[in-house]
Unconditional design. Sequence first.
Length: 174
Amino acid sequence: MKLKNLFFEVLFTIIILLIICVFINTKKHFISTQMDLNQTNSGITYETIPIKKSVIEAQKEIDLILTQQPIKFKNNSFLLEDNRTINKIISILNATIGDIAILVVSHSNSNKSRSFNRKLTQKRADIIASYIKEKYHVKFINAIGYGKEFPLSKENNSTNNRIKIYLKRIYNDF
């Protein structure tokens, strides 16, 4: 009889542990798809909390945005024409899981001297990095201006004026 009771106690404990493990894994899985209750005049509405993106997904979205809507500066200047593209990028960063290191790279055309282009692209990269730092909590961010060193096209100078933003996930496993 005691052996039978011991068997059922062990079996019951194992079942409880399995239920706890399943609950913990389920909670982790659904943490990014929770529903938030909001009270409105007509009753209760549900608002979906956005799902967090991986760094790889975020990088793909940023590359697509920079291809379709490049960050533009005034001619031969480091003054931005507008902040819309950068704000879209920051919203993607805010929806990304984990700590990220960011590298902002600026390139230019070959219309001016090598030293002018190098200084101009460094200032442009610094401006973008500063704006990102201001709007998004980032642990590591670096800015590089390459000038006209790495052209995409020999004929089309406008394609050579570009900003690239690279993301790297930071792991804090010590």
